[in-house]
Each structure stands twice: as C-alpha cells, then as structure tokens.
Design a protein around this ligand. Structure first.
Ligand code: ATP
Length: 330
C-alpha cells in the first residue's frame, strides 16, 4: 500500500530542497549518474507536484524550497512522557491515506500507540469520503493509532477535544489570533479552512476499541492544485508570511495530540470543554444544518454535555444534532 520514491529521485529532491540553483553537472556528481540521467529525473518532478525552474548558466532549482519530514527533528518537540508512549513512528514517502494505513495496522496489533506521517497521500480523505488534497512535501498528513481502554460510547466528543489540541499546537507555533473551531471537526483561520480531522474506529468491544485520529494541516498548498477546493481555504505560509517549519509544526502537533488523547482517555471531554467553547465560531451566529435530504437554518447555541450541536430553530426551539451524516455551515 505504501509506495517508495525511487532512491535517486528522492536524493535529487533532498538535494534540491534548499531552493537554491544547482547545475546539472553538480547534480550528476552527487547522485553518481550522467547528465542525461539527471535530465530524465528532473522531468519526473512534476509528477510529484514539484515545480522546477531552469536557468541558463545557473542550473535548476525547486520553486518552493521544501522541508522534508525527519523523525529526529519531529521527536525533539515531544515531551519525555509522549516519547515513551509511542510504540512505533513511521514516515512514508507516499501512502493512499495515513488513516487507511493505521486502520489496517491497528486491526492486527495490540500495541497502544502507533504514529504515521506521509509526504504525500494519493487518496487523502475527509469525512464521508470527501477528497483531501495531499501534495508531496507541502502539508502535514499525520495519523495516530490508539488503543482506547474505555467503552467506545465515551468517544462522542473526541473530535472536539482533538480540535482543541490542533489549536494549542498552532498557538505554540506562534499563531495566536483568528483561529476558530467549527463543530464537529474543522479548524479555521478567519473563516478559511486550515485543517481537518478524521476519526475512525475499529475493533470495538464494550471495554475497548482501536482509534485512528488523522489530521490534515495545510502548510503550503500550491494554488493551482487548490482550485479544486470548493470552500475558502488557507495555509500556514499565507498566515505567517514565512516559510513553514514543517518538522517543528508536525512535532508540536503530535505532542499536543498525544497529551490530549491521554487526558481524554482518563477524564473525557470535561477538561477541554471551556477551551472548545472559546473557539466555537458558530456561537450566536446564523448557521445552516445540511442533512442528506433537507436543510435547517437557525442560530448556533453551542454544544450539550454529550457534544451534540445545539441549534435554535426559527420557532425558538432548541434542536440537538450529533455529527454523523450532517454538515454545519456558517
Ligand atoms: P463537514 O465535515 O462539516 O461536512 P467539510 O465539507 O469541510 O465539512 P471535511 O470532510 O471536513 O468536510 O473536509 C473535506 C473538504 O475540505 C473538501 O470537500 C474540500 O472542500 C476541503 N478540502 C479538501 N482538501 C483540502 C485541503 N487540503 N485543505 C482545505 N480544505 C480542503
């Protein structure tokens, strides 16, 4: 299911990841291949969503310099307790989807915590199979497999707690303003979608289950590709006006997610509720609830103790919604 980048192509990408010009001769020497072979490899970069600039007398460079994922750099952002928790951490060049990979792994394993990231997903997913754009080396696609030692009925509010974890990681990274959460699973910056969460469950019994928590976070999404996205979106590079520190951000995110899962398993949603409410972008706002066969308009009134969305309808009655098949829109 995982695809491996051909070794020479990966080396070429690593070499060009500094965004500087390199001559064909220099590239050939470093990769121990002929200039003709270098040229062939350079032609393949566009298949990996990488744009190349060629200049006479200067050579070649990647238009956007990349920071490829690195276990050691990521690890340096984790607390000792979180480092200890992880049974296995893997970084893939390409996966169909990081969630799919861990869903398969968790179904067979008994380990508590397994983490995976991919440079690219070929079939990244949001809720209900919606496509999640996942070009090579640009964003973060991270999933955590977690053996949850409680009744799966306790998981109703997990996506809300995970939203708080993503906000905390972004705040630690330095983004302190304009972040919002939209029930049940989206992270927004000034009404533009920045990240999404996908939680899936397998191997349920009354006493435990295996969870896979996936987060897709936009760091530097090529505008040409993003034309496919049918709602306002944003990435970290646009917010900060700087080159994203990809490993730092992935490490901070992983650290917050692990701490959140630990606390959630012990105490449920209660420790996260106040913070979630602070970031609820629909509170007191006119919203629409889109269901498979109808749409209801009303005013967002927050969440109840089970994490259900509360809508004040046009008659002034409060209606409750659980996440399943519905979408919430401002
Ligand atoms: P809801 O879950 O409430 O229905 P949603 O429509 O945003 O919200 P999600 O499953 O959360 O659904 O996310 C998938 C959607 O996100 C896609 O349909 C597209 O509009 C958008 N999308 C896809 N890829 C990206 C991306 N890389 N960045 C931001 N948005 C994306």
């Amino acid at each position: 299911m995982s695809q491996i980048l051909p070794e020479k192509l990966k080396k070429l990408i690593q070499f060009l990841s500094d965004g500087q010009f390199h001559s064909g001769e220099e590239l050939g020497k470093n990769l121990s291949i002929t200039r003709a072979a270098v040229w062939k490899l350079l032609q393949q970069l566009s298949e990996w969503d990488l744009e190349l600039e060629a200049k006479t007398n200067k050579g070649y460079r990647l238009i956007q310099n990349l920071e490829l994922l690195n276990v050691a750099k990521l690890d340096s952002q984790l607390t000792p307790a979180n480092k200890k928790l992880i049974n296995k951490l893997e970084i893939f060049d390409v996966l169909a989807s990081t969630n799919d990979y861990l869903m398969q792994v968790m179904a067979k394993r008994t380990e508590k915590v397994q983490v995976c990231l991919a440079e690219k997903q070929t079939a990244g997913r949001g809720r209900r199979g919606k496509h999640w754009l996942s070009p090579y080396g640009r964003n973060i696609y991270l999933s955590i497999g977690w053996r949850f030692e409680r009744d799966p009925s306790q998981l109703a509010c997990l996506s809300l707690a995970i939203g708080v974890a993503v906000i905390n990681a972004l705040t630690q990274y330095g983004i302190k303003q304009h972040l919002d959460l939209k029930w049940p699973n989206d992270i927004y910056w000034q009404k533009h979608k920045l990240a999404g969460i996908l939680i899936e469950i397998t191997g349920e019994t009354h006493s435990h289950c295996h969870l896979v928590v996936g987060v897709g976070l936009n760091l530097n999404l090529p505008h040409t590709l993003a034309e496919q996205i049918n709602q306002p979106w944003i990435d970290i590079a646009t917010i900060t006006q700087a080159k994203p520190e990809r490993n730092k951000l992935a490490g901070l995110l992983l650290n917050q997610l692990l701490s959140t899962l630990t606390l959630f398993e012990q105490k449920g949603f209660t420790p996260f509720k106040t913070q979630w409410q602070q970031y609820d972008c629909t509170l007191g706002k006119t919203v629409k609830i889109i269901m498979p066969t109808s749409t209801i308009a009303g005013i967002g009134r927050g969440i109840d103790e089970k994490g259900c969305f509360l809508l004040e309808n046009e008659r002034g009655d409060i209606q409750k919604f659980s996440s399943g098949e519905i979408s919430l829109r401002l």
